[in-house]
Design a protein around this ligand. Structure first.
Ligand code: GLP
Length: 240
């Protein structure tokens, strides 16, 4: 696991975007595994800037996203589909037909998970972007999710509901369930890029980088992947 410590969020975002852009320059039809949350927003801004400056094209890139809330349609402003459109896809030349997320409004969750798993068998990301939950979750794989899990329906923990409530009008509006790639799906990516910032993540970062490898801290599984780059700011790295 390669750990790069940056001065702040902006430097983290710059470096993360450079790594992704480099992959796309080398392989213009790369598959990008993408994540939502506050952590990658700056990374996506820098990717959009690089596209606007003519530095890179995402025309032939395709993408798979980690997760989606259950019960939100793609046009709901808190859905991850909406997040991806407004924070990245609308600002680059990716063909939106080639972008994929699990659907939170599918009538049959299990069928939707099966569809997504079949898709992921065909589409192994060249790089999977990840953020880190303050309880060590990746995607929406909450503590004690088995390492061999694939895309599944998740009951969100109280701590995740609370963390994510800042983005909703009230905590009651936060969906209680989500569909998430499983840990096995995430580990199948050719490389992994984790972006983390802030003091509230320091404990989880410590466990991920040098703690015991245990489902109690899902991100610790990344110690078993051969190509992981963690880019974190000084605050997130403060317990390393
Ligand atoms: C959410 C997402 C994760 C994300 C995490 C951290 O629960 N499902 O994919 O990495 O929270 O979010 P943030 O970057 O906003 O701290």
């Amino acid at each position: 696991m390669k750990v790069i410590i940056t001065e702040n969020y902006d430097e983290m975002s710059q470096k993360a975007a450079e790594l992704i852009i480099d992959i796309v320059k080398k392989n213009p039809s790369a598959i990008l595994g993408l994540a939502t949350g506050s952590s990658p927003i700056g990374t996506y801004k820098n990717m959009a800037k690089a596209y606007e400056n003519g530095e890179v094209s995402f025309k032939n890139v395709s993408s798979v996203n980690l997760d989606e809330y259950v019960g939100l349609t793609a046009d709901h402003d808190q859905s991850y589909a909406y997040f991806m459109k407004t924070n990245l896809f609308d600002h680059i030349d990716i063909d939106q037909k080639n972008t994929n997320l699990p659907s939170g409004s599918a009538p049959d969750c299990q069928k939707e998970c099966d569809r997504y798993n079949a898709l992921l068998d065909e589409m192994k990301p060249d790089v999977q972007v990840l953020g880190l939950g303050s309880n060590g979750h990746i995607g929406f794989n909450e503590p004690n999710t088995p390492f061999d899990s694939v895309t599944h329906l998740v009951d969100l923990t109280e701590s995740t509901i609370k963390d994510n409530s800042r983005l909703f009008n009230s905590i009651d509006e936060v969906p209680r369930q989500a569909l998430s790639m499983g840990i096995k799906n995430i580990m199948q990516a050719k490389s992994i890029l984790m972006v983390v910032s802030g003091k509230n993540k320091a404990e989880a970062v410590k466990g991920m980088v040098k703690g015991e490898i245990t489902p109690a801290l899902p991100a610790s599984v990344l110690q078993l992947h051969p190509f992981v780059t963690v880019i974190c700011d000084k605050d997130a790295a403060s317990l390393l």
